[in-house]
Design a protein around this ligand. Structure first.
Ligand code: NAD
Ligand code: UFG
Length: 325
């Protein structure tokens, strides 16, 4: 049985679907700080399977202990976290508390209940200013914002826990830029506020909820001057987690990049989105966004070699507007 923290969020809900479909029994813990209770019904509708949902916080020790006592959890898949970079700069304590203290609390409850397998959602943001590209897992880590530091801190804790306990297995997955939605259109990326990220913002422009896309900078050192990223389809991303669960048979601490290995600029993504949906996106060039890196993408060979996983979905498919949220 899996405990999926943050399992009603964007990536967590897609993972919950594939985990149920793969035959796992699932307990989802989510405090709904950035998701909606209705996602549970959508996941059940897609899979025609039931999941156990607990509304609550990973910082609640008593609650976590109760979950481990009540359910025979074997593996924790830990998505719960706050992820808005600018908010992490403005409210670092909130971010360290939620992401770091929350994860420590989860690990304490796991240890107390003899659960020793975890998959952790980390981010390409831990690498910081590229010393070389593509980033491989050996690239130095040097986050440029508090959000990135929260991810790196948890990685270090997991590393140290594995060093202290030879039966422990922890896999850190460093995601690049997840986009897209489940083909049913029933779940997808549906942030509670105005989106920070490019793809959900584009979707709101396409739906006429927002008037135009702001392109943050066109004077970067890239093909067309706009920022370049590695956009990975969310269904591919969550398949990587299923492969990682199998890999937990290997004890110790492991890190894998989950990306496509290809960079795409903002203007290239907009063109793909326009072509995939036969629409025109209004856009305006704006100044660079503070804290943005010009370009980065993944070397994803290690995941291919060790997890036998690679991203398969094309950019055009990932851009197809399926969301009915
Ligand atoms: P999301 O906000 O959609 O999902 C996170 C979920 O965790 C939400 O449902 C939220 O309500 C829940 N949550 C947050 N704090 C919690 C707490 N203290 N207790 C219980 N539940 C809590 O985000 P997402 O895009 O699905 O990201 C999932 C994970 O992947 C996060 O840890 C994020 O940092 C990481 N990540 C995301 C991206 C990305 O671009 N989406 C990239 C790299 C890493
Ligand atoms: N961008 C725009 N307009 C927008 C939003 C973004 O032009 O409205 C540009 C950005 O300047 C950047 C690119 O689109 O060049 C991608 O920006 P996102 O905000 O979508 O993604 P980031 O690469 O900045 O960051 C995301 C997550 C981080 C995570 C990182 C790597 O927000 O948490 O991917 O995984 F760490």
């Amino acid at each position: 049985m899996l405990l999926i923290t943050g399992g009603l969020g964007y990536i967590g809900s897609h993972f919950t679907v594939v985990a149920l479909q793969a035959g796992y029994e699932v307990v989802v813990l989510d405090n709904l700080s950035n998701s909606h209770a209705g996602v549970k019904d959508k996941v059940e509708q897609i899979t025609q399977k039931k999941l156990h949902f607990i509304e609550g916080d990973i910082r609640d020790e008593g609650l976590l202990d109760g979950i481990f006592k009540r359910y025979a959890i074997e593996v924790v898949v830990h998505f719960a976290g706050l992820k808005a970079v600018a908010e992490s700069v403005a409210q670092p304590i909130l971010y360290y508390d939620n992401n770091v203290s929350g994860s420590l609390n989860l690990l304490k409850a796991m240890q107390n209940n003899k659960v020793n397998k975890i998959i952790f959602s980390s981010s390409a943001t831990v690498y910081g200013e590229p010393k070389y590209l593509p980033y491989d897992e050996q690239h130095p880590t040097n986050p440029i914002n508090p959000y990135g530091y929260t991810k790196l801190h948890v990685e270090h804790v997991l590393h140290d826990v594995c060093a202290s306990d030879e039966a422990f297995a922890a896999i850190t997955l460093r995601y690049f830029n997840p986009i897209g939605a489940h083909p049913s259109g029933l779940i997808g990326e549906n942030p509670k506020d105005i989106p920070n990220n490019l793809m959900p913002y584009l979707i709101k422009v396409a739906n006429t909820e927002l008037p135009y896309l702001q392109v943050f900078g066109d004077d970067y050192d890239t093909r067309d001057g706009t920022g370049e990223r590695d956009y990975i389809n969310v269904m591919d991303l969550v398949e990587g987690h299923l492969a990682a669960i199998e890999y937990l048979a290997n004890t110790g601490f492991h890190v894998f990049n989950l990306g496509t290995g290809k960079g795409t600029t903002v203007l290239e993504l907009v063109s793909a989105f326009e072509a995939a949906n036969d629409i025109v996106i209004e856009k305006k060039i704006k100044p660079r966004r503070e804290g943005d890196l010009a370009k980065f993408w993944a070397k994803a060979d290690l995941a291919k070699k060790e997890l036998n996983w690679e991203a398969k979905t094309s950019l055009l498919e990932s851009c197809q507007l399926v969301q009915q949220l």
